[in-house]
Design a protein around this ligand. Structure first.
Ligand code: GLU
Length: 495
């Protein structure tokens, strides 16, 4: 059997989008599953819409996700070039073949004429399609148009009365009638190919065996199949993955603000690439058999498990809660050093720490991140979660005020202040434990009656991470300041 070859073919009109990333991932996994090759091709013929940094951002995004490729603009390959606008000669050669065989013809209609035709059809209630008025022009008529200064586009002559049955790995047999398709443009007047033409020439010459892409391209497929046939190429296997719906169940549009849509935005917020990869694969795919209920998959497992047959044709719903759950799972599994590395820029940007903490500061930040690691759904949350460490006075919640108004509180506070004042050395969590023990002995208060007021006075909250580590990280001076502040301002604080 021929080597499996798949491709991801982004247009460089924007950064890597979750939909594109999912397409790339499915294509990639299918190639790797079959020990095949994965190609990244840049489809840049829509020059007006191209964005300067998009190509690089697409590649960076894939790389970050852990998706690697065998052939592309950066690494080259046997079918180079991998950028459409550098392949215009190839398209023109194939275009000439179509013209010579009578499969394509020049069309001299102007945009205004075509629009007029379209409006008329709409007014008559018929589905607009090119009427074919340049289909049968004589050489003399063409010459007359040329003398008028008109430059033609080239249209494909769609055969009449054909039923096209396309096999799709996801959807099964899909039928189209050729009569529903008007003769379509394959080359623009300026010599650039249109997408439908370039994609066929490229997929065929690059020996792509499986075209995996999003459902929105299903309607292009019959045009492409007709081109494959006319050019004498083998038709590849198609697999059209379902739409992605936003959490409200509506079709996701790029302007939709209910979901973050670009891979680099997730990266900036501190999502881990393995979480995004895991999340993306579940947008329309599930494993078979006893694995069907599982949700956590590494890239390596996916390479073993993935199959196009298990890609669903039902729309996938983007579930932000699930994404956060997955990311939290992978954050918990990561080393604290890794999460700290990702947290530092966020804390530095918020003015909390220096940009390149080293020595003691670095150690302190690592412990701080470690204290909150379990709670993080994404790393940038570290800024809000750790706010209490950086402010002058805690913000006291109502629950904390309630705890702090209990009778034993002033005595407990006074005792802890005394213990701390007398303490010298490094305030490690073990030392904090010892100090609290002494307070217990001295005041006779223990358990909740002791720890809750201390937590509330120091952090302003009834809940939070490990108290000893919190006190240790805050340090003696800050803790003393807060305890004294509380005692001095007790009436104001408790209101
Ligand atoms: N350049 C197309 C896009 O970005 C790719 C379509 C295809 O995969 O055939 O949507």
């Amino acid at each position: 059997m021929a080597e499996v070859r798949t491709r991801y073919a982004p247009s460089p009109t924007g950064h890597l989008h979750i939909g594109g990333a999912r397409t790339a991932l499915f294509s990639y996994l299918w190639a790797r599953r079959n020990n095949g090759s994965f190609v990244v091709r840049i489809e840049d013929t829509d020059v007006e819409r191209n964005v300067a940094d998009a190509e690089q951002k697409q590649l960076d995004g894939l790389k970050w996700l852990g998706i690697d490729w065998d052939e592309s603009v950066d690494v080259g390959g046997p079918h180079a070039p991998y950028r459409s606008m550098e392949r215009v000669d190839l398209y023109q050669q194939h275009l000439q073949k179509l013209i010579d065989a009578g499969h394509a013809y020049p069309c001299y209609c102007t945009a205004e004429e075509l629009d007029e035709e379209r409006q008329k059809q709409l007014a008559e209630g018929v589905a607009p399609k090119y009427s074919g008025r340049c289909r049968h022009l004589t050489e003399a008529e063409r010459e007359a148009f040329r003398r008028e200064g008109r430059t033609p586009s080239i249209r494909f002559r769609v055969p009449e009365g054909r039923i096209l049955t396309i096999h799709d790995e996801v959807r099964g047999e899909v039928r189209f009638e050729s009569d529903g398709i008007g003769d379509f443009i394959i080359q623009r007047p300026d010599g650039r190919p249109t997408y439908n033409f370039a994609v066929v020439v490229d997929d065929a010459l690059m020996e792509i065996t499986h075209v995996v892409r999003a459902e929105e391209h299903l309607s292009n497929t019959p045009r492409q199949v007709l081109l494959y046939e006319a050019l004498g190429f083998d038709v590849p296997t198609f697999a059209h993955a379902s739409l992605i719906l936003n959490p409200d169940g509506k079709k996701m549009s790029k302007r939709d603000e209910s979901v973050i849509q670009f891979i680099d935005q997730y990266r900036e917020r501190g999502y881990l690439p393995e979480s995004i990869l895991n999340f993306l694969v579940l947008l329309g795919w599930a494993p078979e058999g006893d694995k069907a209920e599982e949700e956590i998959f590494s890239k390596e497992e996916l390479i073993n498990l993935f199959s196009l047959k298990r890609v669903s044709k039902a729309p996938a719903v983007f579930d932000t809660g699930k994404l956060n759950w997955l990311n939290n799972h992978y954050i918990k599994k990561s080393s604290t050093e890794r999460i700290t590395e990702l947290a530092i820029p966020h804390l530095a940007k918020a003015g909390r720490i220096s940009e390149n903490p080293t020595g003691d500061e670095r150690q302190w930040v690592t412990r701080l991140v470690g204290l909150y690691q379990e709670q993080l759904d994404w790393v940038a949350q570290i800024v809000d979660l750790t706010e209490v460490f950086f402010r002058e006075e805690p913000v006291y919640s109502d629950e904390a005020k309630e705890v702090l108004s209990a009778e034993q509180v002033p005595e407990v506070m006074a005792s802890l202040i005394q213990q701390l004042e007398a303490f010298t050395g490094e305030l490690t969590p073990d030392e904090v434990k010892a100090l609290l023990k002494s307070v217990q002995k001295e005041t006779g208060h223990k358990g909740k009656k002791l720890f809750m007021p201390v937590r509330c006075a120091v952090t302003g909250e009834t809940h939070g991470p490990d108290l000893r580590e919190t006190i240790s990280l805050l340090g003696k001076e800050k803790v003393l300041g807060r305890l004294r502040g509380f005692l001095e301002q007790r009436d104001r604080i408790l209101g």
